[in-house]
Design a protein around this ligand. Structure first.
Ligand code: OSB
Ligand code: MG
Length: 369
């Protein structure tokens, strides 16, 4: 098969509320969308990189550059056997997984649509309904956070993840745990600590958390193993994981007992599927992370989350939690059971709202041979 044409659009959307993590506050997203036209049909992908390099090294501007100068030329008009091998055309480019993943996921959507089957089933998904959790940003007031949690729980969400940073950690978690002794609770530090803060990290061990997500540096697998030996609570790695090799290293070193798979961060569906397969064979639960995606990226996360290794609630939540109006014709909806029903329609099962996307577009580019 081959890619005949690629339309890129940049849109900008305001979040309903600012989202604060240990690396900064997000108020809006600049979003790069790719519409990929293949000889087998059309599909869509969304770049998950933010507009700053504080989560990982990629940004929307580095993605534009890498796509334009290197990635698009490597794939456009080039014959390849199967979408599962598309990413190998791009391996010569080191890193830039999110830029690669945007292209790769769009082609998966295109192939599934052209075959008239759901992307979930094409990937080998078995779950028809996926469990959902929420990720809550750092709040100035604990009372506001407690109110927010009450709302999320009454909407049915099955797990609450609290963003933490130095000075906004043990006391906050203690207050939430005191108010909600039973809920599935986790924390995400986004790499805000070092092993020198082991005493503080040990205090988090007392709250019955399902896991502590990415406590140490973004590129530090080795010392997470040292930390895991000193904690009862499982460590879940996010920022450290860019490939199956990172997962193998983390599992072999016992640096993580749980893996957060972000489709963009690992370069697309082929790598995400390989990771969940490896984790399933090693009894490592995985779940889908999120990057405040619109419906297009979220729809890909849903398809990925239908794979059998995704046994924990993901950060895959309803469109209405982040956006006044999403860019898919139907928003992503969550059931009162705190699940999302995996769509059975072709491709991701969600349709881009073309007129609305056009009205939000600030920059546009087409690549054709
Ligand atoms: O670490 O999981 C993270 C958002 C931006 C950057 C990093 C992260 C997040 C989230 C949001 O937690 C999860 C979501 O999309 O709901
Ligand atoms: Mg995280």
């Amino acid at each position: 098969m081959k890619i005949e044409r690629i339309n890129a659009r940049e849109i900008e959307m305001d979040l309903l509320a600012p989202f604060e993590t240990s690396f900064g506050v997000m108020k809006n997203r600049r979003i790069l969308l790719l519409e990929v036209i293949t000889d087998q049909g059309i599909g869509w992908g969304e770049l998950t990189a933010p507009d700053f390099p504080f989560y990982n090294s990629e940004t929307i501007d580095t993605a534009w550059l890498m796509l334009d100068q290197f990635l698009v030329p490597l794939v456009l008009g080039v014959e390849f056997d199967d979408v599962s091998t598309l990413s190998t055309l791009m391996t010569r480019v080191r890193g830039h997984e999110m830029a690669k993943g945007t292209l790769e996921t769009a082609v998966w959507d295109a192939v599934a649509r052209s075959r008239g089957i759901s992307l979930a089933s094409m990937l080998g998904g078995t779950l028809t309904e996926i469990p959902c959790g929420v990720s809550l940003g750092i709040h100035t007031e604990v009372s506001a956070l407690l109110d927010r949690i009450a709302g999320e729980l009454s909407a049915g969400y099955q797990r609450v993840k609290l963003k933490i940073k130095p000075g906004k950690d043990v006391e906050v978690v203690a207050a939430v745990r005191a108010r909600y002794p039973q809920i599935n609770l986790t924390v995400d530090a986004n790499s805000a600590y070092t092993l020198a803060e082991i005493d503080l990290l040990r205090q988090l061990d007392d709250f019955g958390l399902d896991y502590i997500e990415q406590p140490l540096q973004w590129n530090e697998i080795y010392r997470h193993a040292e930390l895991q030996r000193q904690l009862k609570t499982p460590i879940c790695l996010d920022e450290c994981i860019h490939s199956l090799r990172d997962v193998e290293a983390s599992v072999e070193l016992e640096a993580a007992r749980i893996i957060n798979i972000k489709l963009g961060r690992v370069g697309g569906h082929a790598q995400a599927s390989a990771i969940q397969d490896y984790c399933r064979k090693h009894d490592i639960p995985v779940w889908s992370g999120g990057m405040l995606e619109t419906g297009i990226g979220r729809a890909h996360n849903i398809a990925m989350s239908s794979l059998p290794g995704f046994t924990l609630p993901g950060d895959v939540s309803a469109s209405e939690r982040y956006w006044a109006r999403d860019i898919t014709t139907e928003p992503i909806r969550v059931t009162p059971r705190g699940t999302i029903v995996v769509p059975a329609g072709p491709g991701t099962g969600f349709e881009p709202d073309h007129d609305y996307i056009r009205s939000l577009t600030s920059t546009q580019k087409t690549w054709a041979p």
